[in-house]
Design a protein around this ligand. Structure first.
Ligand SMILES: CC(C)(COP(=O)(O)OP(=O)(O)OC[C@H]1O[C@@H](n2cnc3c(N)ncnc32)[C@H](O)[C@@H]1OP(=O)(O)O)[C@@H](O)C(=O)NCCC(=O)NCCS
Length: 274
């Protein structure tokens, strides 16, 4: 069989990458792969100019990197390619703490590399109805002047510098903030993703704040398919189900070589980005 080379991911691979993720029933559209490729050190496993695997390393500052889009085509599995791709992204992450959200099938591979389980991530989705007991006037649209406050709240909860991600979200997403005494205390984002929109990150001091932000986006997009990935520890799942966002899947938040306290978020930017 022809050998498989691991090479830098090229823009011309995007179409094949969409096919690879669709085969796993992942919803990533061309633009979702493009976003991740732009934010990451991205790799493709190539056999005779066909993409048979991918693995991306998204560095956040000097302390943390997210590993994502780790996929091997079913025809190439069980022969060590997943292990080679993992080694590649771990080398690219260097001394950083590495984080990922694992699927059931990925768990054995990540455990072998020493990743520790931090808890479940619940994937909620559907067309939702706003909770009428929550006021819709709590949040306001973020403006350029909020960028530093948003970055610092984000860092306080995720223990990593995600300014590059926040810059992207300010350009491509709808960002809303809550404030108290003219000080930003929480933020949430809604942006196009997969079949509809994803609500996240939601970074807040309490589940009350998180619900206010999410409820505002539900009200803004009444007919749209929405997705929210929330850590089990946030305790938001029962409320999300009550507004019509049912559980469609589950992943596991994992990390290796910890250098920071455990992140504390109410919704992820996506499973890829944490
Ligand atoms: C998870 C995934 C990337 C693993 O890819 P893979 O190429 O099969 O991984 P490897 O071949 O390196 O390892 C798989 C198994 O094959 C075994 N293996 C590795 N090299 C081997 C070889 N040369 N010969 C035979 N078996 C081998 C490994 O020991 C491993 O066994 P384990 O499951 O007991 O740990 C792949 O299953 C996949 O793409 N799944 C769908 C997408 C997904 O869920 N990705 C994870 C996202 S978080």
């Amino acid at each position: 069989m022809a050998s498989i080379e691991i090479a830098p991911f090229k823009k011309s691979f995007l179409g094949q990458a969409v096919t690879l993720s669709a085969a796993e029933s992942w919803p990533h559209a061309y633009s979702d792969w493009e976003m991740l490729a732009d934010l990451s050190i991205s790799n493709a496993a190539v056999r005779e100019s066909r993409v048979v695997g991918t693995a991306f390393c998204t560095p956040f500052g000097t302390d943390v990197a997210m590993l994502n889009m780790i996929i091997v085509a079913s025809s190439a599995r069980g022969r060590g390619l997943g292990t080679r791709l993992m080694q590649t992204v771990l080398d690219q992450a260097g001394a950083r703490e590495t984080r990922l959200v694992a699927t059931e099938i990925g768990l054995p591979l990540y455990r072998r590399f020493g990743f520790q389980n931090l808890g479940a991530i619940h994937q909620h989705q559907g067309v939702a109805t706003p909770d009428c007991s929550i006021s819709l006037i709590c949040a306001r649209k973020a403006v350029e002047a909020d960028r530093d406050a948003i970055s610092s709240i984000d860092e306080e909860h995720t223990h990593t510098d995600r300014k590059t991600l926040i810059d992207f979200l300010m350009r491509h997403g709808e960002v809303r903030v809550l404030e108290k005494a003219a000080k930003v205390t929480a933020y949430g984002v809604c942006r196009k993703f997969g079949r509809g929109r994803v609500v996240g990150p939601v970074i807040a001091a309490s589940s009350t704040q998180a619900k206010e932000l999410i409820n505002g986006f539900i009200a803004a997009y009444p007919e749209e398919f929405l997705r929210v990935d929330t850590p089990q520890a946030s305790n938001l799942s029962p409320w999300l189900i009550s507004v019509g966002l049912n559980v469609a899947g589950k992943g596991w938040s994992m990390r290796r070589s910890p250098r920071t306290p455990v992140p504390n978020t109410h919704a992820l930017a996506s499973q890829a980005l944490g």
